[in-house]
Each structure stands twice: as C-alpha cells, then as structure tokens.
Write a protein that binds this ligand. Structure first.
Ligand code: ZN
Length: 179
C-alpha cells in the first residue's frame, strides 16, 4: 500500500518513502491513515493484511476500524522463522523492476544477474534489503511488534506458523487455517 501511495506521489507516500529509505518503520498515524483510506474503498468480502498491524497502536486502530465496518477480525497469522534464516532470506532477496515479483537468488534464479522468471524483467535489490537494516528492524520488532502476540492470544485469534519449511508446506498450512 505504501509503495502504491509512493508511486501515485501522494503526500502520505512521499513521507513514508523518506522514512523507509532510512530503514525505519513508518509511524502509526501514517500507516493507519493509509489503511483507513484503502478500507474505505473495499467491499464486505474480506481481505488479508500482510505486515499490518505492527504495533499496539495499529492493532487498536484496526480493531476500531473493523468494529465500525461491523466486520470483525477472524484470524491472525504469526509466520515464524529463526533470525539466521531471516538473515539469509534478506541477503538473497531480489525484486523484479517490471512486475514486482520477489525472488530468492539461488532458489528461483541462479544469480543476481538473472532476469525475472515470470516476465523477463530486470531484478534489483531493494535499498532497504541489507544486514544492518534487518538488525534494526529486528530490534524494532522485539520492542513494538512482539507485544501483539499476547494481544491476539488473549483474543484467541493467533495461529503460529513455522516457516522453516518448504514454501508449499507453509502455504498448505496457511490455507488450512484460513479454511
Ligand atoms: Zn517480473
């Protein structure tokens, strides 16, 4: 959503972009505004957020927004992996400039000079994909996001998914939970 706001050149997008470039997470106020704007355009069929909410302030705002829509939250997924696994994923991740496809170097493509397996576009590393950014994000996660685990456990919505397995196995378990 933030990348769309940025591509559209909205004030929210520009502000968010300057923050994410420095590897920082964007503040609750901006994120909640982006989500509220997006939600106002959705019908009642349901949706999945990826990477939101990330703080208690966001979780509380989401709870209020969903209550206003009379559309309560059904499921919260916690996709877990060890920090060493996350380091290796970040080091090997590239994004297609043309279609936005995310690939793992050494897995879907042989090396960083390969083209996108989906559309043939050029693969680039995101500027915020590096070890230093990951360490900062991880510290921020421990401080701000980890408290959401007990927040959603109390509401009996949390499902933990071990992602240290093949993507197909993780996907199958996520589908099973959602179904
Ligand atoms: Zn592509």
């Amino acid at each position: 959503m933030l990348r769309e706001e940025k591509a559209d050149g909205t004030p929210l997008g520009i502000e968010a972009d300057s923050l994410t470039r420095g590897g920082n997470l964007v503040g609750d106020k901006i994120i909640n505004s982006v989500v509220a704007a997006w939600l106002s355009k959705q019908g009642g069929d349901g949706f999945v957020f990826d990477g939101y909410p990330r703080t208690l302030g966001q979780a509380e705002a989401l709870e209020q927004m969903l209550a206003d829509r009379k559309q309560p939250l059904d499921v919260v997924l916690l996709l877990e992996a060890d920090i060493t696994t996350l380091r290796s994923r970040v080091e090997n991740r590239a994004t297609c400039k043309a279609c936005g496809n995310i690939v793992s170097i050494g897995l879907q493509v042989a090396d960083a000079s390969a083209n996108c397996p989906r559309c043939g576009g050029v693969l680039i590393r995101r500027v915020d994909d590096n070890a230093e950014t990951l360490e900062r994000r991880f510290a921020e996660y421990a401080e701000k996001t980890a408290p959401l685990i007990s927040y959603y456990e109390k509401r009996q919505l949390l499902h933990r998914v071990n992602t240290e397995r093949l993507p197909e196995q993780v996907f199958a378990e996520v589908c099973q939970i959602l179904n």
